[in-house]
Design a protein around this ligand. Structure first.
Ligand SMILES: [Zn+2]
Length: 236
C-alpha cells in the first residue's frame, strides 16, 4: 500500500516479494506553492506486486500513468528502471544521471572483470531498455523543484534528487534504510564501495536541510533526514 511521507509525497511499495521489494515515490507538486507537476522517482521491477498502476490508484485521490509529467531515475538497476516500460514514447521525459545514461545507451561499456559490470553487460541484452525519452542529467542541475546530486559508487551515474521546498531527499541506493536510520548497500550490489562512502560524505557536506530521507530499500526516515545522513557520513 502507498504511504504518505509528507505533503504530496507518497511511497509506492513496489517489488516482487519481500525482501525483493523496491520503493518508488510519487511527488505531487500541484499545490498552491508547487510547480504544477507530478513526478515519479524510480519505477520498480519489470514485474511488480502490487503493480505501479495499483499503487498509483491507491495514493491520495488516485493517480494514473497519464498524470505523471516526468520520471527521475536514481540509477540504472533493474529494480529501479523496470517499470519504465509504462512510459515508452515521447510524452514523459525520463531523467537519468549522465554516466548511467551512457551505460544504458550502450555508449559506455561497464568493466567486464567486475561483478556488477558483468551483470550490467548481460542485463542490457536480456532486458533491453525501453524506448523512452531519456534526458541525461548532471550534478547541480535543477528539474522543477528538484536538484540533482551526482553520487557515484553504487552505480557510476547514481543520482540523488533533493526537493528543497518539500524537504525530501530521494537517495536511491546511495543508502538503505535500517532500524530507523541509514546504512550503506552491500558490496555485491555496488560498483565501488569506497566511492560510495565518499559520495555519502560529499552529499552530507553540501546538501541543505531535509526532513525526509526516502530510499530504494528499507524504511524511509521521516524526520531529521539530513542529521541521519550526517551520522552515516561520520561512520563510513
Ligand atoms: Zn535497488
Amino acid at each position: 500500500m502507498p504511504r504518505r511521507l509528507t505533503g504530496g509525497v507518497w511511497l509506492l511499495d513496489l517489488g516482487l516479494v519481500e525482501p525483493v521489494d523496491a520503493y518508488a515515490y510519487l511527488v505531487d507538486d500541484t499545490g498552491a506553492a508547487g510547480d504544477g507537476t507530478v513526478t515519479l522517482v524510480d519505477t520498480g521491477l519489470f514485474l511488480n506486486r502490487p503493480t505501479l498502476d495499483d499503487e498509483l490508484a491507491a495514493a491520495g485521490e488516485g493517480y494514473t500513468l497519464a498524470d505523471i509529467d516526468r520520471v527521475l531515475v536514481t540509477h540504472y538497476d533493474l529494480d529501479h528502471v523496470g517499470g519504465l516500460r509504462a512510459f515508452t514514447g515521447d510524452r514523459v521525459p525520463v531523467y537519468v544521471g549522465t554516466a548511467d545514461a551512457a551505460l544504458l545507451a550502450g555508449e559506455d561499456d561497464p568493466p567486464l572483470l567486475h561483478h556488477k559490470g558483468l551483470f550490467h553487460r548481460v542485463a542490457r541484452r536480456v532486458w533491453p531498455f525501453p524506448d523512452v525519452r531519456v534526458v541525461p542529467i548532471a550534478d547541480g542541475e535543477a528539474v522543477g523543484g528538484f536538484r540533482a546530486y551526482h553520487t557515484p559508487g553504487h552505480n557510476p551515474g547514481h543520482t540523488v534528487y533533493v526537493h528543497e521546498r518539500l524537504g525530501v531527499a530521494f537517495l536511491g541506493d546511495l543508502v538503505w534504510g535500517a532500524e530507523g536510520g541509514l546504512t550503506t548497500p552491500i558490496w555485491l550490489d555496488s560498483y565501488d564501495m569506497e566511492r560510495l562512502a565518499a559520495s555519502v560524505r560529499d552529499l552530507a557536506g553540501r546538501v541543505g536541510e531535509f526532513e525526509v530521507a526516502a530510499m530504494g530499500h528499507g524504511d524511509p526516515v521521516t524526520a531529521g533526514g539530513a542529521a541521519a545522513l550526517t551520522a552515516l557520513a561520520e561512520q563510513v
